[in-house]
Ligand binder design. Structure first.
Ligand SMILES: Cc1ncc(C[n+]2csc(CCOP(=O)(O)OP(=O)(O)O)c2C)c(N)n1
Length: 567
């Protein structure tokens, strides 16, 4: 398979697929992560290509495994969605201090517009906060190129590298040309360096100084790097941009709009993929009045080149999706740039919205229509669960998964949902605070994948600090991570490729081992109702596992075994 991939051909790939191909060809020794839209396909594809790919119980563990790989001079790929980086933030910040011996690339996939997320979060701020270099692709070719670049940079600077990508780039397909220089897996070895790898205060203080020195050096390197480029010669309008916003802005300029000076077409279309600093003036025949500064490495920023660019144009505007990250960084450096109006901070950008920004058009946007509201599938076992919870008038402290749809009509039987694992702690807080008759109605409801992701510590809290009225934890075990596309997890007994057997961990065994006095496994609505009624009357802790397979989780074809085994 790898042999076929090596020819110089063009392939139509999604950004996620392109990342996987690049990681495989560049000798990534291990890929790990936790599923989450829009990132999930990266690891699955990496596994299909024969890479060693595995799901971790959560993003923090995934990153820690990745750090271990990179401490052993391996090349590690760690994937997650934006909120996953919140979970992994602890090792993320400290890995910037320790640095790595091999390569560590963390792919974080942001979801502007929240097509499938509980919040809208711009992960670029994490790179700045932690001091981790960041690259941002704007299409699949760049996803491919920047993954390879990120691995090299990580090895060169001994630093983790953040590859930040967004929904449109993850899922849109564009042509990718492979490079014909596959890199073999690195020779691994562990080098003892207690001062650099053991972060006690005495070691962390110099580590912080090393980090800041390293960032200065990377910034100086980035000033001259070809990852950032000026496109076009025009000096009437200059657009500073990165990621998918570049693609939208380029199209807006090509197709024209109010706010874009006439004659801007030529240079932008002719040399849009040119990697050189400036397109050949003969191409534009002097007709172009617009130029772009497209940033590939968005932290640390090449501020001097950006300053030069801004000074070379009459009007300089930043087109970026999400937070005003670039705008704030540029203004902090004393570079005067125009901002987008606040309304465009929300949701995804598109060509029409970029036209509005360029034209200063603040007329109300037409809301998106026609989208079918999500609902639980016909025959989904979560349906009987929420019918039962509703019938018993439970106060449901919910969690994230398909079952969150129990909050919508016709069920409307979930009362809170914030982030993965929160159902248990919030349920306990409610129980501690409400009057007895109300407290007894509180039930924490969590899916099986979510339970392994971040429910275990909540369960420990429940046993350690039980409310006076006891508490009920209901685990909805449908045997898969349904919400994000039916991935395996530690409770399914299967590894990422659906084939290799893994030791199956049963939630009921964990609950018993943690000392929960009442543990029941039920399969049907009636049995669930009875178990809940009994538990609600008791002043004790109860864990109920509702075990009914997801109807979509038919036996999945096993994907290929990694070359170096994954059992
Ligand atoms: C920190 C974080 N990582 C990943 C996700 C994406 N995500 C949402 S719910 C979920 C798991 C759902 O599986 P499960 O709990 O088994 O419920 P099911 O969908 O199968 O009903 C995942 C991976 C997220 N929202 N937050």
């Amino acid at each position: 398979m790898m042999g076929g991939m090596m020819s110089i051909e063009r392939h139509l790939l999604s950004g996620n697929e392109a990342l996987a191909f690049a990681a495989r060809q560049a000798g990534v020794s291990l890929g790990t992560g936790y599923p989450g839209t829009p990132s999930s396909e990266i690891l699955e594809q990496f596994g299909i290509l024969g890479g060693r790919a595995q799901w971790a119980p959560n993003e923090k563990v995934a990153l820690e495994v990745g750090i271990g790989v990179a401490f052993a001079r391996g090349r590690a790929l760690v994937t997650m969605k934006h909120v996953g980086l919140n979970v992994a933030a602890d090792p993320f910040f400290s890995a910037a201090f320790t640095g790595v011996d091999g390569a560590l690339v963390i792919v974080v996939a942001d979801d502007p517009g929240m097509s499938s997320s509980q919040n809208e979060q711009d992960s670029r701020r994490f790179a700045l906060a932690a001091g981790v270099p960041m690259l941002e692709p704007s299409d699949s070719q760049e996803a491919y190129d920047l993954m390879r670049e990120a691995l090299s940079l990580s090895e060169q600077w001994h630093s983790p590298v953040l590859l930040r990508i967004t929904t449109r780039v993850c899922h849109s397909k564009t042509a990718v040309t492979f490079r014909n220089d596959a890199r073999p897996m690195p020779a691994t070895a562990f080098t003892r360096n207690i001062q650099e790898k053991v972060m006690i205060p005495a070691h962390a203080r110099p580590a912080h100084r090393r980090l800041r020195e390293r960032l200065k050096a990377i910034q100086a390197w980035n000033e001259a790097s070809s990852l950032n480029r000026r496109i076009g010669e025009g000096n009437a309008l200059g657009i500073i941009t990165s990621g998918v916003a570049f693609a939208h802005a380029r199209e807006a300029v090509i197709t024209g709009s109010a706010g874009i000076p006439a004659g801007s077409y030529a240079a932008i279309t002719q040399k849009q993929t040119d990697r050189s600093d400036r397109s050949d003036p003969s191409d534009s025949a002097g007709a172009s009045s617009v130029s772009f500064f497209k940033i590939g490495m968005t932290y640390p920023l090449p501020l001097e080149r950006l300053r030069e660019f801004a000074a070379s144009v009459d009007r300089c505007i930043v087109i970026e999706e999400g937070d005003p990250y670039l705008v704030e960084s540029l203004r902090m450096a004393g570079i005067a740039v125009e901002d987008k109006p606040e309304a465009f901070r929300f949701g995804e950008l598109n060509v029409d919205r970029v036209r509005r920004i360029l034209a200063g058009d603040l007329t109300p946007e037409t809301p998106r229509t026609g989208a079918k509201p999500p609902e639980l599938c016909a025959g989904c076992p979560h349906r009987m669960t929420f019918t039962t919870l509703d019938r018993l008038n439970c106060i449901v402290s919910g969690d994230i998964g398909c079952y969150t749809l129990g909050a919508l009509p016709p069920f409307e039987a979930m009362d809170s949902q914030l982030c993965m694992g929160a159902s248990i702690g919030i349920g306990l807080g409610l129980r501690h605070t409400l009057r007895d008759e109300e407290a007894r109605r509180v039930v924490s409801v969590i899916g099986d994948s979510t339970f392994f992701h971040s429910g275990l510590t909540g369960l420990a809290e429940m046993v350690y600090n039980p409310p006076r009225s006891g508490h009920i934890l209901l685990i909805l075990d449908n045997g898969t991570t349904a919400m994000t596309g039916l991935q395996e997890h530690p409770g399914t007994g299967h590894a990422l490729n659906h084939r290799s057997a893994a030791t199956q961990i049963l939630p009921e065994n964990l609950a018993r081992a943690m000392g929960v006095p009442n543990v029941h496994v039920v399969e049907y609505g009636r049995a669930l109702e009875e178990a809940l009624e009994v538990a609600m009357r008791k002043d004790e802790l109860t864990v109920i596992v509702m075990r009914q397979p997801c109807r979509l989780n038919v036996k999945k074809p096993a994907t290929c075994e990694p070359e170096n085994g994954n059992d």
